[in-house]
Design a protein around this ligand. Structure first.
Ligand SMILES: C[S@@+](CC[C@H](N)C(=O)[O-])C[C@H]1O[C@@H](n2cnc3c(N)ncnc32)[C@H](O)[C@@H]1O
Length: 292
């Protein structure tokens, strides 16, 4: 390592310099986060102990973490965690990193879902479990089922449920969209189906940031040619499980609203489509009510 850092301060300077020009936008803050993790110190302790000597082992740990970030691996995979709705979720490269806009799905379910004790909610494509686990920490007496086709993702989701003491409140199911519900749920008994499905169109893949394209699971991101194929399938499949007036709440991608509206019309059986915009003014959530 050039300069051979001997103190916290020189190691921090080296980390900042290494991250410069790698396309990372938040260099100073990221250097702090990575070193705090490598040195097992709180950030405030790190900046107040710049003169403290570092061991060869600490330098090696810092080097490993900084090199991973230089290769554009997302910070969240390196640090192993992401905050969502005020809760910390463990993440590995088996799951999508929860995004702030997905919190809108949670808010929409709480505001519009009318979930009362004894109700049933299904989270399709649960990934890290961020939606199901957050809702389980808030809602009492609700039956929650969470589906994903990835066994690795389900293992992470389960550990997040345990982390937030709701392990007993969620049934985890491995399978394809709503198909595994057939043996478990009576038709027309689900109050809310919520999903952040994969919605990247094939043609958009190459334009994704390297952090996303090279590290996040393709299975979690990529839909088909239109990007709305999972929404189309969910409009069709959800109809028979939802109670009359039950809700299908889905995240959608930028500019996908016309196609998603069309998919709802083609599937039929829904009334009163609502949308929610994110902070950037992008239509991000669609709420479809099952016809009564
Ligand atoms: C966009 S990620 C959402 C993860 C998480 N719910 C979130 O909002 O951060 C989509 C998830 O759907 C899962 N998935 C993809 N195809 C699926 C399928 N056919 N059936 C069930 N889950 C699927 C992926 O494994 C991934 O975990």
């Amino acid at each position: 390592m050039p300069g051979d850092p001997k103190t916290v301060g020189t190691l921090l300077a080296w980390a900042r310099q290494s991250l410069d020009n790698t396309g990372t936008t938040n260099v100073a803050q990221e250097a702090l986060w990575l070193l705090a993790s490598a040195l097992e110190l709180e950030q405030h302790a790190l900046v107040s102990r710049t003169e403290q000597a570092v061991t060869a082992e600490q330098v090696a740990r810092a080097q490993t973490l900084v090199s991973r970030r230089m290769a554009r691996e997302p910070l969240q995979y390196i640090l192993g965690t992401q905050e969502f709705c005020g809760l910390d979720f463990g993440v590995t490269s088996s799951v999508l990193i929860p995004r702030p806009e997905t919190e809108l799905l949670v808010h929409a379910v709480l505001k519009e879902g009318g979930l009362a004790e004894g109700g049933t909610l299904v989270d399709v494509g649960t990934g890290s479990g961020c939606i199901a686990v957050t809702l389980a920490t808030i809602l009492e007496g609700i039956r929650i089922l969470a589906v994903d086709c990835s066994a690795e993702a389900l293992a992470i989701a389960k550990s997040n449920a345990v982390r937030h003491s709701v392990g007993e409140k969620i049934v985890w199911i491995e399978g394809n969209l709503l198909s595994p519900l057939r043996d478990r749920i009576t038709l027309e008994t689900v109050d809310v189906i919520v999903s952040n499905p994969p919605y990247i169109a094939e043609g958009e893949w190459e334009q994704l940031q390297p952090e996303v394209r090279n590290f996040e699971p393709r299975l979690a991101l990529l839909a088909g040619q239109r990007g709305t194929e999972f929404h189309e399938r969910l409009f069709h499949a959800s109809k028979e499980y939802l109670v009359p007036d039950g809700l299908l709440v889905m995240e959608i991608g930028q500019g996908q609203l016309p196609l998603v509206r069309q998919a709802a019309e083609q599937a039929g059986g829904y009334t009163g489509l609502q949308t929610v915009k994110d902070e950037a003014g992008i239509e991000r959530v669609i709420i479809a009510r099952r016809a009564g």
